[in-house]
Design a protein. Structure first.
Length: 122
């Protein structure tokens, strides 16, 4: 599954169906593994990845609100992780290890500390 994701950037359904046949495992089990581990993506990723830290410090300082703001601002439907134009991927992430800057959001390779909806607009 890791090699498939490296190749495609996500796990396409047809590739998972072939994997299921190749290894003799039920497709439900393959999808169970794919959805259990945070590293696997079932959608083609956007060009820019935005990760919102949900570690304890960031969560307590409002990153859940930041996530919801970004989801609406980027017009990403509930249950989806990619904007309709394919430009942005939005995900919840675990601790980034910079709790003193909480709440923290990563846009591509750039960390935004003390993140607020205003800082995203800027």
């Amino acid at each position: 599954m890791q090699k498939l994701q490296e190749r495609y950037g996500f796990l396409p359904k047809d590739a998972l169906m072939k994997l299921s046949k190749d290894v003799g495992a039920p497709l439900s089990r393959i999808f169970g593994v794919a959805t259990f581990y945070h590293q696997f993506k079932l959608e083609s990723p956007g060009k820019v990845l935005i990760s919102v830290c949900m570690g304890t410090a960031c969560h307590l300082r409002g990153d859940a609100n930041n996530y919801e703001f970004l989801r609406r601002f980027l017009r990403i439907a509930p249950g989806k992780s990619v904007s309709d134009d394919g430009l942005f991927s939005l995900e919840k992430a675990r601790c980034f290890g910079c709790c003193s800057l909480a709440p923290v959001v990563r846009v591509g390779d750039k960390l935004i500390g003390k993140a607020t909806p205003r800082s995203f607009r800027e």
